[in-house]
Design a protein around this ligand. Structure first.
Ligand code: PHE
Ligand code: FE
Length: 296
């Protein structure tokens, strides 16, 4: 059985509501843009300790698996022993790339999510998972959102990509193309791999906050790894309840930014004219990228 799924690996910006489980956060006191107060002093010592244990488990396996940009920036999250204060983190982040983190009660509607990103505000869930969810939590919590997503917001090119994604999301809403755009988020921001001179590395938040998928995504011979291709990604469905069966590999954050800069209006049209692709399916003539050699 795959024990590690759901949000430990990341979740696309989905709309909560009908069919989804009841939200854990306090939506009633959120502002119109869905942001709320972090209320840092309300975390219990047990919650800080749970964060510390999650942090230590992930931090101990970053070398050789996470990209350098992530490893260098992860220390900006501050003392690993406690859940960071969003206001302090925002100050540092703003100095680096003009981004900030804002607290939200949990998953928020797509449009609200896009609007915040477009303003360089990254929504971070305030609550932390329960101890029994150490390996598996179905929605993003503060650990996934902070540890997975925030370090790369210190990278100027990636930071600009995230803002462009937000603006692109607002446009996709008008074009009824959110599903296609969500696949781009999934296969880059959540589950992206990057080819570096030292070998394959992870940069996706869903991978980086997952205990098991980090090593799997880089070393396992099982999944297919395909070079970044915008239309191929938009055609590809994804799995939310198991490790990914397909990963897409970028050469650099600059490549990612440049490839997504053109107007997507005609691209959405072109994608819709082609069949969808199931996760894990390899197309004829598609060149696959090998897993990183297992050290030792
Ligand atoms: N260029 C995209 C558009 O025109 C916007 C975008 C940029 C989307 C970067 C995603 C990532 O819609
Ligand atoms: Fe995420």
């Amino acid at each position: 059985m795959l024990a590690n799924k759901g949000v430990n690996q990341g979740v696309a910006p989905v709309t909560y509501g009908e069919g989804n489980r009841p939200p854990r956060g306090d939506y009633a006191h959120a502002r119109g843009d869905y942001t709320c107060d972090q209320n840092w002093s309300a975390y219990s010592p047990q919650e800080h300790d749970l964060y510390r244990r999650l942090y230590e488990r992930q931090a101990s396996q970053l070398v050789g698996l996470a990209c350098d940009e992530f490893i260098e920036a992860v220390e900006h999250l501050g003392a690993a022993q406690r859940i960071p204060r969003f206001d302090e983190l925002s100050e540092k982040l703003h100095r680096a790339t003009r981004w900030e983190v804002v607290a939200v009660p949990g998953l928020i509607p797509e449009e609200a999510f896009f609007a915040l990103l477009a303003k360089r505000k990254f929504p971070v869930t305030g609550w932390i998972r329960q101890p029994e969810e150490f390996d598996y939590v179905v929605e993003p919590d503060v650990f996934h959102d902070l540890f997975g997503h925030v370090p790369l917001l210190f990278n100027p090119v990636f930071a600009d990509y995230m803002q462009a994604y937000g603006a692109g999301g607002l446009k996709a809403s008008r074009l009824d193309a959110c599903e296609l755009l969500a696949r781009l988020y999934w296969y880059t921001v959540e589950f992206g791999l990057i080819a570096t001179p030292q070998g394959l590395r992870a940069y996706g938040a869903g991978i980086l906050s997952s205990a098991g998928e980090l090593r799997y995504s880089v070393h396992s011979p099982q999944p297919s790894r395909v070079g970044f291709d915008l239309q191929r990604i938009m055609r590809t469905r994804y799995k939310i309840d198991s490790y990914q069966t397909t990963y897409f590999v970028i050469d650099s954050f600059r490549q990612l930014f440049d490839a997504t800069a053109p107007d997507f209006t005609p691209i959405y049209r072109a994608v819709r004219a082609q069949p969808e692709i199931d996760a894990g399916v390899v197309l004829t003539n598609e060149r696959l990228i090998a897993a990183a050699c297992t050290p030792g």
